[in-house]
Ligand binder design. Sequence first.
Ligand SMILES: Cc1cc2nc3c(=O)[nH]c(=O)nc-3n(C[C@H](O)[C@H](O)[C@H](O)COP(=O)(O)O)c2cc1C
Length: 235
Amino acid sequence: MVTFETNKIENMELNTENKFIDLNFNRKGNEEMLNDSEIFYLKMNQRRTVRDISNDPIDPEIIKNIVLTAGTAPSGANIQPWKFAVVSDNKLKNKIRLEAEIIEKKSFEKLFSQQKLDDIAFTGNNWEKPFLTEAPYLIVVFKEKYRIDNGTNKIANYYPNESIGLAMGLLFAAIHNAGLVTIPYTPHPISFLKRILDRPDNEAPVMLLPVGLPKDDAKIPDKKRKSIEEIMLNY
Ligand SMILES: Cc1cc2nc3c(=O)[nH]c(=O)nc-3n(C[C@H](O)[C@H](O)[C@H](O)COP(=O)(O)O)c2cc1C
């Protein structure tokens, strides 16, 4: 039987086995930092959620680089509590769409409050999710909630929510940087993805990202981002 144990500090002695290596760091001048930070901001400011994704094929090596980038995120105690399930199989995509649309139909027609329907009206969303079968790739992000030690004890991971959030931020940046588009898709409940993709109990699906190129006639909501005065607090 699997039992839950908190992270006990069993040996308080300093581990002298730890190894350190030189930091490979390129120190930039102020001008270069200023320039690079502005260029990166301008690039990221072009990122938008695009719900009209074409079925044009994408080189799987690009997807691999995107996932590698997400895996560079910092994580609590370097546990790296993430898995990225990349789905390109059409049968599996159809299955995911079918189940997602059953959930969404119920959400849109019965469960969502009027407030929620009003809040998301600008997205043009309804229960239909064609991007789940049209996008060449679906990336399902799984959070590892805990580890299993010796096949029996559950060991809680450190800050898995924060860690997975950071990995997903990098995933979005990498998708955008590659010249592709996506949607942070979050059906509720989302647990059906664990069953369909046959993941173990310590992994919880968090988000699904359909990845591809925009359709030629893709449209996006006319929305602005908050200004620097609204988001930055100087003390
Ligand atoms: C946690 C989270 C969940 C979201 N869930 C959905 C979703 O289920 N479906 C959808 O179409 N968009 C979803 N979105 C996308 C947001 O509507 C979108 O990011 C927001 O309107 C800002 O637009 P932008 O991404 O183009 O800047 C989600 C975004 C976040 C951060």
